[in-house]
Write a protein that binds this ligand. Structure first.
Ligand SMILES: Nc1ncnc2c1ncn2[C@@H]1O[C@H](COP(=O)(O)OP(=O)(O)O)[C@@H](O)[C@H]1O
Ligand SMILES: Nc1ccn([C@H]2C[C@H](O)[C@@H](COP(=O)(O)OP(=O)(O)O)O2)c(=O)n1
Length: 320
């Protein structure tokens, strides 16, 4: 029996196994078990002939040692590496499988290159993959902006019916908060918004399954944007902005019509004139900022609900 032979048992097994198991040498033994399946049971049934005695003969142990990454030097200095007919194999023990033929060496080398190449590619790609994964796990946000009455709420309702989005309406949240009995914010609603304390973060955390959000009517001014950036920077990913664009006349007409049944105290001509001014002075610059980042999808909102939604659908489906 030749002594001092410490060839890697898994490699040995693989080298003595059919060619289609060989690529698996690039993986750790535990993954090997998973991947090889039936193949591994073949290896287990046929332990390497070099280790007919001793602990390595135990088929279970064949899988335990970690797979070393060998340099070319090491490969060639491995005991038992000598080409067939080399004097080192002149042992009395019949070691046909224990001697490394030229083909064995070639295969071993190509496996090592494969391992190194694979690891190199993995290490190059890993940071990008980790980054992409963390991006994928962040809540994804679509801001929905436009003038009062542009149809933001109407379109959001349709989106929610057809796609897996959670709709948060800044206006609704505000109205809710204002009317909540005992609300500490009832009197302070303006400050509440100004400081970006609108409960987006908590609302977004409340259900982990919800991770795509439509945030309608926000950020409506520089303070809102600042607040968002302070509270949510790095915690959510603003995918894009849906901008429903139509003339002030269309906005006013629609809100006046809505005011007939909405019960909203601000759906009257006087309030609307002011809201339009606020929109033009405060919200349009926010939309322009996102436009500069290439994040705005502008939709002609003066058309029918169906026509507008056809555009929305297109955008959502093309943006994933
Ligand atoms: N494309 C549209 N054409 C005509 N009326 C619309 C359209 N979209 C919405 N409306 C109506 O206009 C009013 C304002 O729409 P809404 O979705 O509440 O606007 P916003 O949320 O932008 O204030 C509602 O009465 C709604 O039914
Ligand atoms: N980010 C926000 C959102 C709404 N508001 C206030 C001012 C708005 O006139 C009311 C109603 O908002 P809502 O989005 O429902 O109304 P519009 O129809 O878009 O004008 O709430 C705000 O001050 N800041």
């Amino acid at each position: 029996m030749r002594s001092g032979l410490h060839r890697h048992p898994v490699c040995d097994g693989l080298l003595s196994s059919p060619w289609y198991f060989r690529p698996a040498v690039a993986l750790s033994p535990s993954i090997l078990v998973l991947l090889l399946g039936e193949g591994m049971s073949v290896l287990k049934r046929e332990p390497p002939l070099l280790h007919r005695e001793g602990p390595l003969n135990d088929p279970e142990l064949l899988l335990t040692p970690p797979l070393p990454i060998l340099s070319i030097d090491k490969i060639f200095s491995l005991p038992g590496h000598a080409p067939t007919g080399h004097s080192s194999s002149s042992s009395a023990e019949p070691t046909t499988r224990g001697r490394w033929s030229f083909i064995d060496c070639f295969l071993r080398l190509s496996e090592q290159f494969m391992v190194v190449g694979l690891l190199q590619r993995l290490s190059e790609k890993l940071p990008r993959v980790v980054h992409r994964l963390s991006e994928m796990m962040k809540p994804q946000v679509v801001f929905v902006l436009g003038g009062p009455g542009a149809g933001k709420g109407t379109q959001c309702e349709r989106i929610v019916k057809n796609y897996s989005y959670t709709h948060l309406s800044a206006g609704d949240l505000l109205r809710e908060e204002r009317s909540r009995t005992g609300s500490e914010f009832g009197q302070l609603i303006d400050t509440y918004i100004k400081e970006g304390k609108i409960a987006m973060e908590e609302t977004m955390k409340s259900d982990e399954k919800k991770f795509r959000f439509l945030i309608d009517g926000f950020p409506r001014n520089q303070d809102n944007l600042q607040g968002w950036n302070n509270v949510m920077d790095g915690k959510a990913d603003v995918k894009f902005v849906l901008f429903f664009d139509c003339s002030s006349e269309v906005c006013i007409d629609r809100c006046l019509e809505r005011g007939k049944s909405s019960g909203r105290t601000d759906d009257n001509r006087e309030s609307l004139e002011k809201r339009i001014q606020t929109y033009l002075q405060s919200t349009r610059p926010i939309i322009e900022q996102y436009e500069q980042q290439g994040k705005v999808h502008k939709i002609d909102a003066s058309r029918s609900v169906d026509e507008v939604f056809a555009d929305v659908k297109n955008i959502l489906e093309n943006q994933g």
